[in-house]
Design a protein around this ligand. Structure first.
Ligand code: XLS
Ligand code: NI
Ligand code: NI
Length: 436
């Protein structure tokens, strides 16, 4: 096999005392935690778009990333040449899954038919690479936001021919995902929103978005695709407002249009922050609805108000995330997809490895911390006790809807005014720090 990363050794677990920057110090794939190997807990995935296609440009300057394997063209040959490089990266980094957009792996052709045939050609190459490496597709998706035809939306474009193109593109992206044994298929509606309400029929656009998703559900049935559909919330960027703005908005949309049984959420840390939430909030909202499917693992920058997609290194956050994933019983079809890019200054291929190693180690530490918190049981016990007035008496009657306003009015008149127990937030914050 050609070696496109000659300066980088196979990344292995060497333990916390290792000073090898190309080794895991915490992520030990086979180590058992809470009855499962670390690699099965995380189901780590790399994002084709960031690893292979992100030149690390920003609005003020061109890309800086060195990609000696890439001739810079939008040709099919160049697309095919990237495939073995990506699989070599997965292998060296010890990552079992990947995710892609159709346009990351295959370019647009000179006609729409040629665009479809390019995707089919690269899908052949991906299929062979998966077979020989054992790597798997976590989810696929269609890029319905980059091409100028989608400037005013894809499913929510005011132009019905654009809707038809979007549907056609999703059909072929679903075919590719299905052929590659993808465990999921994601919809992220970057342009499914508006720049201004002054020219927008919001209700009609929402109806059209639901139409596309219903057609996708029907098409999955038709081709026998049984993977999980995900919606990925994000409030803005590139649109001023995106209809899938946060977990609650997505759940409401899915319920309103009868789609909830077919979809789960793919939550991204940076998107949660852009929505003015914490990732913990978004996860709790999704889990409460039984709809947490997968995670795009990254982080934002508190001082920058956009989707910086940095690699996750904050152990406080990874611990909170793993706590929730453990409590929900782990991922089924989903996993932790590093939807994250290096900084523009980190332009060398080596930096791809440092970035992913850091993310994987941060989640390994988060998992161990979360497991200790659960085994210790003190948080759970505190919260259980905090709500214990609902376990019996009047609280149980409320929860079981055995009471009403008249009965509660009489009850309240007959008791002493309520006294509250302390919420003990600071004590619990101190306790949390003890586990870190
Ligand atoms: C962009 C999104 C995107 C989705 C896939 O902000 O995170 O990368 O994950 O379309
Ligand atoms: Ni994402
Ligand atoms: Ni993002």
């Amino acid at each position: 096999m050609a070696d496109h990363f000659p300066t980088i050794p196979q990344v292995r677990f060497e333990g916390p005392d290792s000073d090898n920057p190309f080794a895991f110090r915490h992520y030990n794939p086979e180590e058992q935690v809470a009855g499962k190997s670390m690699k099965d807990h995380f189901r780590f995935a790399a994002a084709y778009w960031h690893v292979m296609r992100n030149p690390l440009g920003d609005p003020f300057g061109a890309g800086t990333a060195l990609m000696p394997w890439d001739d810079g063209s939008e040709s099919l040959d160049n697309a095919l040449a990237r495939v073995p490089v990506f699989f070599e990266f997965l292998e060296k980094c010890g990552i079992d899954y990947y995710c892609f957009h159709d346009r990351d792996v295959a370019p647009e052709g000179s006609t729409w038919a040629e665009t479809h045939s390019h995707l089919a050609s690269v899908t052949d190459a991906l299929e062979k690479a998966q077979e020989s490496s054992g790597k798997k597709l976590l989810w696929g998706t269609a890029c319905l936001f980059a091409h100028p035809r989608y400037a005013q939306g894809a499913a929510t474009s005011p132009n019905a021919d654009v809707f038809a193109y979007a549907a056609s593109q999703v059909k072929h992206a679903m075919d590719a995902t299905h052929r590659l044994g993808g465990e999921g298929y994601t919809f992220w509606g970057g342009r499914e929103g508006y720049a201004s309400l002054i020219n927008t029929d919001l209700k009609r656009e929402l109806d059209h978005l639901a139409d596309l998703l219903h057609m996708a559900v029907d098409y999955a049935r038709k081709i026998g695709f049984t993977g999980q559909f995900y919606i990925e919330p994000k409030p803005r960027e590139p649109s001023t407002h995106q209809y899938d703005s946060d977990a609650a908005a997505c759940l409401n949309f899915l319920r309103e249009y009868g789609l909830l049984e077919h979809f789960k959420l793919n939550l991204e840390t940076n998107h949660a922050e852009l929505a003015g939430h914490t990732m913990e909030h978004e996860m709790d909202v999704a889990i409460a609805a039984g709809a947490l499917g997968s995670v795009d693992a990254n982080r934002g920058d508190q001082l920058i108000g956009w989707d910086t997609d940095q690699f996750p290194t904050n152990i406080y956050t990874t611990a909170q995330m793993m706590l929730r994933i453990l409590k929900m019983g782990g991922f089924t079809t989903g996993g932790l997809n590093f939807d994250a890019k290096r900084r523009r200054e980190s332009h060398q291929p080596e930096d791809l490895f440092h970035a992913h190693i850091g993310g994987m180690d941060a989640f390994a530490r988060g998992l161990k911390i979360a497991n200790r918190i659960i085994e210790d049981g003190r948080f759970e016990e505190f919260i259980r006790t905090r709500y214990s007035s609902y376990d019996s008496g009047i609280g149980a009657e409320i929860e079981q809807r055995l009471t009403d306003f008249d009965k509660l009015d009489a009850y309240a008149l007959g008791i002493e005014p309520p006294t509250l127990a302390s919420g003990r937030q600071e004590m619990l914050e101190n306790l949390l720090n003890d586990y870190l």
